[in-house]
Design a protein around this ligand. Sequence first.
Ligand SMILES: [Zn+2]
Length: 751
Amino acid sequence: MKNIRYNLILVLTVLLSISSVWSQEQAAVVKQKSNYNYHDAFAPFFYTKNGSNTRAASGQPGHEYWQNRADYQLTAQLNEQKNEITGSGVITYTNNSPDKMNFVWMNLDQNLFQADSRGNAVVPITGSRNGAQGQIFDGGHKIKSVKLVTSSNGKVTEVAAKYVISDTRMQVFLPQGLNPKGGVVKIKIDFSFIAPFEGSDRMGVLETKNGKIFTMAQWYPRMCVYDDVRGWNTNPYLGASEFYLEYGDFDVKITTPSNHVVVCSGELVNPTEVYSSEEQKRLAQAKLSDATVLIRTAAEVNNLPKTTSSTKTWHYKIKSARDVSWASSQAFILDGAKINLPSGKKALALSVYPVESDGNDAWGRSTEYTKTSIENYSKRWFEYPYPVATNVAGNEGGMEYPGIVFCGWESKGASLWGVTDHEFGHIWFPMIVGSNERLFAWMDEGFNTFINSISSHDFNNGEYKEDKADLHRDSELYTNPALETMMSSPDNMKEANIGTLCYSKPGAGLVMLREQILGPERFDLALRTYVERWAFKHPTPDDFFRTIENVAGEDLSWFWRGWFQYNWRLDQGINSIKYIKNDPAKGIIINIENFEKMAMPIVLDVKTKSGKVTRVKLPVEIWQKNVDWSFKHNSTEPIESITLDPDHVFPDVNEANNVWTAEKGKVDEDLILDGFLGTFTTDKAPLKFIITEKNGSLNVEIVGYPKFNLTPTGKNKFESKRAGLQIEFNEAKTGFEMILGDGRKMSFTKQ
Ligand SMILES: [Zn+2]
């Protein structure tokens, strides 16, 4: 559209022979106190950096996106008496980055359990789920050797490598260097560790009636991620913040007493060597069955010999995974069922649990929950990529790994459904979408909490459906000024705030975005696109924000700012109402105001005297340049009540100003404008003001100039900020003074 310039001012200035332009100063009108600043909320440049060759402005991986790769060949030997794992790993690390490397960094996360670790130093004595819960033992990774493996002409050479261990990190030096864009190094590490009973609530050893349950994770030296964002990501494992790992293929051989069942990320390669023929038969049935099939029963577990000197080696493989974890026990009941995937492929749901957890009100339904959860997420977001999904009853509250999760052995009913569905939801975030958990827990826990909320509705006709959230009630929790921001890492927030900031607040944010801001169709496509774009890759927060904005076609900087970047509050309120020309039959003008830093769209219900309720929705754009806003509602009878956010879908911290009622609320007088209308002239200049009424306000037309509105500022007083003038009518309204910014006046008379 054409740009309109108000050269009226310039013309009048010339006519009056004054050299100064009219003042643009605003009239000093005292308004009710609001903390809202629309520039803060809607300012440009939300993103602090532009798109790049590796990360496109649209939020997809850039045309030069690269990612390094780590393939692992691992072995583990379990000493059941000593809770000791002895293992070896051959890591084939591929440097796809454009940078030459002279060393690599690895995670030795077991070192959290060393007495003198940084994590041990920062885990509080009480009230924490992290660390080893006061267990005194010889924890930590014992590195026996680190070797660089080379082969030439079929001859394999192993050379001891120089390495430095610093807390939970190990730097391995590469004297030959590692070439960019495809250079490969093979590192062989022999290690052992004693498993803690409670490993920061993510792995451990549980004593049961029929023997120990070992849930093993963070068990082998894992590559740190080298990325285009920070280079090496070497933040230590302190307990609260989780992991950031490279993708690759895994080949794992686990040797345990022969009376154990071993489950692991991925698919069992040698079932005939480890299962009895009866178990193999039942396993084959389970693979074809939608109902759960018992493979090793409670009675069989109870009758097993309690000790054995023989061992079995279980061989597992998983592809395109960022980690591998396993569990082993002679106490395991084992059952399974088929998982139906959208492409027609089948996967297998398995559960292992002790007799203490058995029963249909408990782990007897674990496989059903696992199957349903995986099928649901596959349908809604992205197909499950692994051949098996295993739920393990352990002494963790609940912890996720690729293709395998550890859930609390005491969980039952709704809580077992909840934890199973949550931990398997993690397959999508962060196992498929490999974000940096150590820094941005909301990108896995929060996104997962969101997909869980839909899944709970879907499961078994809402058997465990949760009540709809009341964001008015939750607003104090979500936007309490004492909270850190969601962008803070878990290591950078009070442990008590992690549940809010990493789980429920981002989860509620995505619900708002889906239900109120974008609508399910646009949101779901955007989130699905995010998962597809970043599957098996490493997205940053910006890659998420940009993808949602680009796919949904919406600038959401105001939303990211208020809810994700800052901890802003929302308080929408109703200021006043007035009937047009003081006549309820002609409709009402409702004035609302934004009192806090965050902006949100408006949803309100208008109820009239006869009981009719009309829902009014206003877009967030009303707050893009206004602190308060008046709008017309075409009601035809007196108003009984007006309710802002009647369904409590926005986190409004102050409900007191959300409802206007006829009983208690005030109705403002509408100014009757009839007396101010007419044609006015002055003998000082050839100017004619034609004042008419339009949409309840005075409209001024001066021949040859754009029209403008007058806003009442007091008795008989009006102004136009746009035209830069004020008008004051005399008592009889037979004329007015036009007042310039510097106070000089010009008289007009009604014709
Ligand atoms: Zn989680």
